[in-house]
Design a binder for this molecule. Structure first.
Ligand code: NAD
Length: 355
């Protein structure tokens, strides 16, 4: 057997907990990558993995990603992630969620959970019956932090696009700036609405074509087929759907000056950061520009721990620091000749004491 520590995705994770609860049938992995900056935070993914090794890989990769994201968001939180290994029918019972809550509680606050793919707000409410180390719970009144993180993610991306346009195009307004938005869901739809308010020219695409068309009509933009969005001539390409879209083919297709969007893990491989830079395209590292959601989730949790309710103004003030972080990444990138993604990773590693 290969030593677990030699796994390519193992990155000196502090602990990796394998959970099995015979009574409920729960099988889960909780990976704590780093608690250097505070309790490790990251959502729980509920997914049917054909091969449990893929579940481990997801837990290891995603928890490290959360360390970087939380550090670069300026949060006093480390990085962690849980995956629950669903069966082929994706059976999810109250007993499983209770057992999962017990497993989180047993970590004594070193890991704070929230929603991710396959886990709903109602699921988190169930988990919160067994542990206080939960976020992403329903909002507790108008103006309070919490609830759907999508709008905060969208706000951070909009601010990041504004900064990128100022940096790369020397324009201090989005009026007339052409943005091609891939994915018009919670994040992409929110970004498009904010851009439209500033007079940006929008081209939108979604595999749900009716959704993109309706938004285009609402905002005065144009909808195109989802396989045409990456090659749309524009100023900014904003990916807000899938990861790994910046591969050899995707990058060759781009006809833009900037890539700035919320999708996680946009670069198919690290070398694609170099390929983007070689084409003179400014890249906003995904986990820096899309941190608005985790900022909301963390603010909610930290406030609750202090016995108060976090508010939206607190969240927005932190989200508004995203453009400054991007600017310092681009400035360092220019000074050192390293690509923006490499600079961001190095900054994050330094912040978590691994630089
Ligand atoms: P969502 O499910 O609300 O929206 C995704 C949209 O993308 C859907 O409308 C879907 O039809 C569309 N889509 C899927 N494949 C597509 C394709 N090939 N071409 C065009 N459109 C396609 O999800 P979301 O919450 O808006 O998240 C979007 C992305 O942002 C994801 O990568 C997610 O991981 C990332 N993200 C989200 C948040 C958040 O707060 N929701 C935070 C950080 C990162």
């Amino acid at each position: 057997m290969t030593a677990f520590w030699a796994e390519p995705d193992f990155d000196a994770h502090e602990t990796v907990t394998l959970v099995h609860d015979r009574a409920s049938g729960l099988t889960a992995i909780i990976a704590v990558h780093s608690t250097h900056l505070g309790p490790s935070a990251g959502g729980t993914r509920f997914w049917h993995y054909g091969d449990p090794a893929h579940a481990m890989r997801d837990a290891l990769r995603l928890s490290r990603g959360m360390s970087y994201k939380n550090a670069m968001a300026g949060l006093p939180m480390g990085g962690g992630k849980a995956v629950i290994l669903a069966d082929a029918n994706r059976t999810k019972t109250p007993e499983m969620l209770a057992a999962f809550g017990d497993a989180v509680e047993a970590l004594g606050g070193r890991y704070v959970t929230a929603e991710d793919v396959g886990i709903s707000e109602a699921d988190m409410v169930a988990v919160s019956q067994r542990t206080a180390h939960v976020s992403g719970l329903p909002v507790e009144g108008a103006g309070s932090a919490g609830g759907d993180p999508g709008p905060f993610t969208a706000y951070g991306i909009y601010l990041g696009i504004r900064q990128a346009v100022a940096h790369q195009l020397g324009r201090d307004s989005l009026a007339g700036v052409h943005v091609a938005v891939q994915g018009t869901g919670s994040v992409g739809g929110g970004v498009a609405r904010l851009l439209a308010r500033d007079g940006a020219k929008l081209t939108l695409a979604d595999i749900n074509e009716a959704r993109a068309a309706a938004l285009a009509t609402e905002l005065g933009g144009v909808a195109v087929a989802s396989d045409a969005i990456m090659s749309t001539p524009c100023d900014v390409f904003s990916p807000n759907a899938l990861g790994a879209i910046l591969d050899d083919t995707g990058i060759a297709a781009l006809d833009c000056a900037i890539v700035a969007g919320g999708a996680n893990n946009q670069l198919a491989r690290p070398a694609h950061g170099t390929a983007l830079a070689a084409r003179g395209i400014l890249y906003a590292p995904d986990y820096v520009i899309n941190a608005g959601g985790i900022i909301s989730v963390a603010t909610e949790y930290l406030a609750r721990r202090e016995g108060r309710i976090g508010d939206v103004a607190e969240v927005n003030a932190l989200v508004e620091q995203i453009p400054g972080r991007l600017e310092s990444i681009w400035a360092t990138s220019k000074a050192t000749g390293e690509t923006a993604d490499v600079v961001a990773d190095r900054m994050a590693q330094k912040l978590i004491g691994r630089g």
